[in-house]
Design a protein around this ligand. Structure first.
Ligand code: PRP
Length: 220
């Protein structure tokens, strides 16, 4: 079966569409002390929304879907990580894929050190790879307003890739300002500021292995 790609060009995708996001069940660090958080950051954490084992299990499933969807392509799938938050997701995804893949990175500026989106997107680092005729999978940690991805998808499409799809570990649909074709989604999160597993607040907390929310008033 062929599905119509979100971006128009050649994507013959066999099988069912990508699976639905996994459910999120928050717990406090005290409720599950087995979920390790670095000691010096533990008091800043309000709730653990997604433990690292749940992230790993979801990435297993998403990687299997990507393997299935891109099997037998002419060129290796190019994973494009959007720096810096997506590094953890891209790294863990790439290590699960069985199809041949390559990696590259882009860096954009949209948030600064604020917790809200400015809506302004600038490319700070472009790809080192030519993508004409290539299958590109943009890898994100979170889609919030969608402004970053909206800009990046349009920018990459102008380079005539065979296809552009998006995999994001998290999505916050309640915050969306532009509709986006996000093919592979890990989890839907509520409208709270989340950090960990690559996501930061003023560059802190990226190394926490889970997706967590911060206590109100926590600052760096
Ligand atoms: C975050 C995230 C996405 C973007 C999503 O990046 O990694 O790239 O914001 O927001 P949007 O959907 O509202 O555009 P951020 O600018 O915080 O940079 P970082 O990845 O370096 O933390």
């Amino acid at each position: 079966m062929s599905t119509t790609p979100s971006d128009g060009p050649t994507v013959a995708t066999p099988g069912a569409p990508a699976s639905s996001p996994a459910p999120v069940t928050p717990v406090t660090p005290a409720e599950d002390p087995s979920l390790w958080i670095p000691e010096q950051l533990r008091d800043d954490v309000d709730r653990i929304l997604i433990p690292e084992a749940a992230i790993a299990a979801r990435l297993d499933a998403l990687a299997a879907e990507v393997d299935r969807d891109y099997a037998g392509r002419e060129s290796d799938l190019l994973l494009v990580g959007v720096l810096r938050g997506a590094v953890f997701t891209l790294s863990d995804l790439a290590r699960r894929l069985t199809i041949p893949s390559a990696i590259d990175f882009m860096a954009c500026s949209s948030y600064g050190s604020s917790t809200t989106s400015s809506g302004v997107v600038r490319i700070l680092k472009d790809l080192d790879t030519e993508i004409e005729g290539r299958d590109v999978l943009l890898v994100e940690d979170i889609v919030d307003t969608g402004l970053t991805l909206d800009y990046l998808i349009k920018n990459l499409r102008s380079r005539h890739p065979a296809s552009v799809e998006v995999l994001s570990l998290l999505t916050k649909p309640s915050r969306r300002e532009v509709e986006l074709p996000v093919r592979y989604v890990g989890f839907e999160v509520p409208d709270v500021f989340v950090v960990g597993y690559g996501l930061d607040f003023a560059e802190r907390y990226r190394g926490i292995p889970h997706i967590v929310s911060l206590r109100p008033g926590t600052g760096v």
